[in-house]
Design a protein around this ligand. Structure first.
Ligand code: 3PG
Length: 395
């Protein structure tokens, strides 16, 4: 695809879709600004060459009711100003009077952030009229919102459609993320190992299915493992399981054979609300006592998975192995991160929880690429194409 660096932006206005859907705490302070930092190269590419930037993003999932103020993009705009070291204008609407006035008075080298796109119902609906008004503000369109590339929201699809005939390009972040994941999936150096955790099998069925076809090993952890355990007749105690997914789990096990590796032991506890203080013990997989629940992979599993990981040349990892926020149930996730750090594989960490785990446990510098997209990176691992990228200009 054509990139933002490849178009002339001097005195032109670029409408750039970014993913500033960042986590905020109670006081609306940003707790992780990675998505904003990762958008800087594309923004700078425009302002350094005398262009103007209008940034648009969503934040959270506002409902249109009370309490939506907490989804304002104002804190993200402020943080962007700090990172750029220059004034960033902020419009309190998207296609209203404030946005129009501020967009038309933007000078070369300046940046305007629009308020949360999802405050307008047209965004989720892919509404053409809403898209048309956004499109009318600019001379070129840039998609640098990797985390949202699997969505067909107005700003992702209808806006670039409405801008046919004008330059429509990808930004640095989207180009880099897609390159990493496409290379891993289409020409992986082998052994190619996938590590999948998280709570639900249902979220990852298509990913497991697709990866069983292309990986040399798929290692399963997280609560998802207990549904597989149930499917093989194991005792899961009070563990989180999806009873209605047991048949699917059986199918995946049959398809996967030796490639699909499941935990051999489990670290369990009897009080999720008080993990530090509750009774804990390690049991063989499928032997979880009735009054306990699985909270992490056990040490035997961690060792077995670490050996597979250390011999890998390409790794994709999505989803923690256990309740990594609560020691000692972070040990399985830590062991996996350590094995990746010790090995020499190209490693790609899918966003969301696994990215937070890698950050929190101090391994962020030891992996090749931490994706800014949770759902988007899973969609790529499922083999999905992105309409939001396909319609952009070819290089
Ligand atoms: C994400 O955080 O995965 C993206 O920003 C997309 O958000 P959404 O799932 O609310 O569409």
């Amino acid at each position: 695809k054509k990139t933002i660096d490849q178009i002339d932006v001097q005195d032109k206005t670029v409408l750039m879709r970014v993913d500033f859907n960042v986590p905020l705490d109670e006081s609306l302070a940003i707790t992780d600004d990675r998505r904003i930092r990762m958008a800087l190269p594309s923004i700078k590419s425009v302002i350094d060459r005398g262009g103007k930037v209008i940034l648009m993003s969503h934040l959270g999932r506002p409902t249109g009711g009370e309490g939506d103020e907490k989804y304002s993009l104002a804190p993200a705009a402020k943080r962007l100003g700090e990172l750029l070291g220059s004034t960033v204008h902020f419009a309190t609407d998207t296609v209203g009077d404030d946005a129009s006035a501020k967009a038309s008075s933007l000078a070369a080298g300046e940046v305007l952030v629009l308020e949360n796109l999802r405050f307008n119902p047209g965004e989720k609906k892919g509404d053409a009229e809403f898209a048309g008004k956004l499109a009318a503000m600019a001379d070129a369109y840039c998609n640098d919102a990797f985390g949202t590339c699997h969505r067909k929201d107005a700003s992702m699809v209808a806006v670039p459609e409405a801008m046919a005939g004008k330059p429509r390009v990808v930004g640095h972040l989207v180009a880099k993320e897609i390159q990493y994941l496409t290379d891993a999936i289409s020409k992986p150096e082998r052994p190619f190992v996938a590590i999948l955790g998280g709570a639900k099998v249902s979220d990852k069925i298509n990913v497991i299915n697709n990866l069983l076809g292309i990986c040399d090993a798929v290692l399963i952890g997280g609560a998802m493992a207990y549904t597989f355990s149930l499917a093989s007749g194991g005792k899961v105690g009070n563990s989180l399981v999806e009873k209605d997914k047991v048949d699917l789990a059986k199918e995946l096990m049959a398809k996967g054979g030796d490639k699909l590796q499941l935990p051999v032991d489990t670290h369990c506890g009897d009080d999720f609300g008080n993990i530090a203080g509750c009774n804990k013990k390690v049991v063989a997989a499928g032997e979880i006592p009735d009054d306990m629940e699985g909270l992490d992979i056990g040490p035997e599993t961690a060792k077995k998975y670490a050996d597979v990981i250390k011999s890998a040349k390409t790794i994709v990892w999505n989803g923690p192995m256990g309740v990594f926020e609560k020691p000692p149930m972070d040990e399985g996730t830590k062991a996996v991160a350590q094995a990746i750090a010790d090995g020499d594989a190209v490693s790609i960490i899918g966003g969301g929880d696994s990215a937070a785990a890698v950050d929190q446990l101090g391994f962020a510098d030891d992996v090749s690429h931490v994706s800014t997209g949770g759902g988007a990176s899973l969609a790529m691992l499922e083999g999905q194409a992105f309409a939001a990228v396909d319609l952009l200009d070819e290089a």
